[in-house]
Each structure stands twice: as structure tokens, then as C-alpha cells.
Ligand binder design. Structure first.
Ligand SMILES: Nc1nc2c(ncn2[C@@H]2O[C@H](COP(=O)(O)OP(=O)(O)O)[C@@H](O)[C@H]2O)c(=O)[nH]1
Ligand SMILES: [Mg+2]
Length: 57
């Protein structure tokens, strides 16, 4: 997958913080420590844009 200039936008905790753009959105759900952040980093070709925990549980 070719992703250009991935960046962290916001960690929103309320709807008024949600980004106002018309980009498509995806949802990634899973319990803690299953590899969500690692999956994101793999998809965007970055080592640690999404912070991963050091220890798999
Ligand atoms: N063995 C194994 N470990 C993984 C895999 N994907 C992620 N991990 C490790 O599992 C831990 C948790 O991953 P992380 O991406 O932080 O999980 P998150 O909490 O779902 O975001 C980290 O130590 C990763 O290095 C995988 O496919 N196999
Ligand atoms: Mg994570």
C-alpha cells in the first residue's frame, strides 16, 4: 500500500474534536495488546507512528 505523509491527527475524546474533513474513515477494533498499533504501522510503512507497547502480553 502506498501511503503518503501519514500523520497523527488527534486523539479525540468528544465528538466536537472529530476532524472536519471528508476523508474516508476506517475502524480498527481489538482488545489491548493484540497488535492494532503494529498493524497500523505496517500498513503505513512506519516504525512507530502508532505507539506500540514493548512487551507482547
Ligand atoms: N508475536 C507477535 N507479536 C506481535 C504481533 N503484532 C504485534 N505484536 C507485539 O504485540 C505487542 C502489542 O502490540 P501493539 O501493536 O502495541 O498492540 P495494541 O495494544 O493492539 O495497539 C507489541 O509488543 C508488538 O510488538 C504479531 O503479529 N506477532
Ligand atoms: Mg496501540
Amino acid at each position: 500500500m502506498n501511503v503518503k505523509n501519514p500523520r497523527f491527527e488527534i486523539s479525540a475524546v468528544s465528538p466536537k474534536q472529530y476532524p472536519k474533513n471528508n476523508l474516508p474513515e476506517i475502524v480498527l477494533v481489538g482488545k489491548s495488546n493484540v497488535g492494532k498499533s503494529s498493524f497500523i504501522n505496517t500498513m503505513i510503512n512506519r516504525k512507530n507512528l502508532a505507539r506500540t507497547s514493548s512487551q507482547p502480553r
